[in-house]
Ligand binder design. Sequence first.
Ligand code: PMP
Length: 351
Amino acid sequence: MSAWEKNIRKVIPYVPGEQPKDKNIIKLNTNENPYDPSPRVMAKQLELEALRKYPDPAVSDLVNALADYHGVSNSQVFVGVGSDDVIAMSFMTFFHGDKPILFPDITYSFYDVWAELFGISYNQVAVDDNFELKLEDYYQPNGGIIFPNPNAPTSIAKPISFIEDVVKHNTDVVVIVDEAYVDFGCESALSLVDKYDNVLVVRTYSKSRSMAGLRIGYAIGNEKLIRYLNDVKYSFNSYTMNYPSIVLGVESLADEDYFRETIAKVMETRDWFTEEIRKIGFRCPDSSTNFVFVTHEKLQAKDIYEQAKANKIIVRYFAKPRIDNYLRITIGTREEMETFLTFLKKLVSNA
Ligand code: PMP
């Protein structure tokens, strides 16, 4: 070890899913949308000479468009470089108390990485044997709460009554609801934002808007929360959103029909695929997301993952306690899922 290494911050990073270059791979591993972004987004002419200048630090065009879209005031909207950026900023801003923050033990595996990075103490609350969040667990003293709804990688949604109960029992801290997958059939907590000043709802363009490549995420909450969040953002990086993201982010919101159409297609394929894999010995919770979380009665998840990969189909496998015999399978096009199903049927019949 070099002498200078003793002064280095050492962390265990989050490991993102693979992004292979091979176009022939069926990619069901990072919960991207299999359909293109809206034709309006694809046809939009960018004025690339604008790249000479810094972008608008307040991201006003996109903030205003999002405020209009969701029927809130523009002082209630914060935009960031994917919801990862929005959530990281929120950890820095809102989780600054003495008590540990709470999040489920089976959840988005970036939460504990950020908590470690920012030196925030945390308590990972065990979900039950059916991967359900238990309400009473969120009644204990804490320094803040975050969970996705629907949860990931379990795909399970909680009703708004559950979220409101958590918020009501925790008015002394900020409760963050990560709604990365909410558009695929889950009730949003947005209606709570005007009722409670301690709820922050986080959304992303990466899944339902087919725009993971642009990196757009946002948060909606009470204007005081948004002001605190902006103070931290401006203390870190003023120019988070680049010009193409701002322009194309606005454009996407203008095409509601396409948005609804692609979501409906993903949900239809998901429900068909769920039914089919249950017929061949897989178990999975009913999904409210664009992925399914599956385990098989006879086959080992890791073997399925490896054999699928050898056949140019990639899904997500987590070598983690409680879920190391599960796979998270992103819903692709109907054709991709038919190919995968044929592969799975062969695997099961050879077992
Ligand atoms: N939250 C959850 C629960 C996720 O699964 C993801 C996707 N990895 C994100 C947030 C971050 O998504 P993005 O940064 O692309 O908006």
